[in-house]
Write a protein of this length. Structure first.
Length: 311
């Protein structure tokens, strides 16, 4: 297939591009590099089936070539980044999604939207099933991200219903691995960076809030299966192994091999208290479930950041 990947220079996007190329597809990667980095793609330079174009998807795009699939991953994704760029975040979820799904429509291509567990907000249903409509504060600090992704889901469904575009929507839960940005404020790079520097781990609040961490290769496997499926409604992809942030800090201490102190800091506004995907649907329709245990994934991520630091 000839596949467009928006957000190709980002963390998940770059892993997905690599996988699609390995499967023999041709890929055109788009990214405006606001948070992505061409560094994530250097190892793909020279691959005749890969082309990278610096492009902001809030502006219309036309490829000139035939396209079989558009995979729309472009977005600011870490709370620190989207809080710093709320308008750009709303724009990429709204205008950006419109442009990408419209591109798919013009070419009769498939369209996959990378949505998010943030659609569930601070959830009142646990674990989160796809049927749950969410508990989102529409005017809170995180609303720029949550509401833009909810709009993105709505316009994706509208393009399917009105134009018959073969759409898929994935709600991605916390994902980690090499090529996360070191300073994007998310808990995985933050703790690893702190552990590598030998400084206290900053746990926000009392650390009793929970998350479920999925290794990036597991997620990419799920994305590849979903993009070929006929499921039009959202599908959760994530690891159901839930833990508190304090437990996660302990897991990082274990990989670091040292008992670094923990420093409690203020819990950010609207920080979801619990998050864990119900992946019954992904198991049923995609035959998918995560395989990489946290310890293994954390070790690989640790090695990536260690090598980055020693450069
Ligand atoms: N967190 C933390 N210390 C940090 C960064 C994050 O305790 O240095 C917490 C944060 O408050 C949240 C969880 O870790 O409860 C996951 O945060 P992240 O920013 O990685 O992603 P989120 O799931 O909130 O989008």
């Amino acid at each position: 297939m000839q596949i467009i990947v928006s957000g190709a220079a980002g963390f998940i996007g770059s892993h997905l591009v690599e996988r699609l190329l390995a499967e023999g597809h041709s890929v055109i990667g788009l990214d405006n590099l606001i948070t992505g980095s061409t560094r994530n793609l250097v190892h793909l330079e020279g691959n005749p089936r890969f082309r990278f174009i610096v492009h902001d998807v809030t502006q219309p795009f036309e490829s000139g070539a035939e396209i079989d699939a558009v995979l729309h991953l472009a977005s600011l994704a870490s709370p620190k980044d989207y809080l710093a760029h709320p308008i750009e975040t709303l724009e990429v979820g709204s205008a950006g999604t419109r442009n990408m799904v419209e591109l798919a429509r013009r070419h009769g291509a498939r369209f996959l939207l990378a949505s998010t567990s943030e659609c569930y907000g601070d959830p009142l249903v646990h674990p989160q099933t796809e049927e749950y409509w969410g508990n989102v504060n529409p005017v809170g600090m995180r609303s720029c991200y949550d509401e833009s992704k909810r709009y993105a889901e709505a316009i994706t469904m509208a393009y399917h219903r009105v134009h018959g575009v073969r759409t898929n929507i994935v709600r991605i839960f916390n994902t980690y691995g090499p090529r996360m940005q070191l300073h994007d404020g998310r808990v995985v790079p933050a703790f690893i960076d702190q552990a590598l520097r030998g400084v206290p781990l900053t746990v926000y609040g009392d650390g009793s809030q929970t998350r479920s961490f999925c290794y990036v290769s597991d997620l990419v496997e799920g994305l590849c299966r979903l993009m070929l499926s006929d499921e039009r409604f959202p599908v959760n992809l994530g690891n159901p192994a839930e833990m508190t942030i304090l437990q996660f800090a302990q897991a990082v201490q274990k990989v670091a091999g040292s008992n670094l102190p923990i420093r409690h800091e203020v819990l950010p506004e609207d920080d979801p208290k619990r998050r864990r995907p119900d992946i019954t649907k992904a198991k049923r329709i995609l035959g998918w479930e995560p395989r990489v245990p946290l310890e293994e994934g954390l070790r690989k991520t640790w090695e990536y950041f260690r090598d980055l630091q020693s450069e």
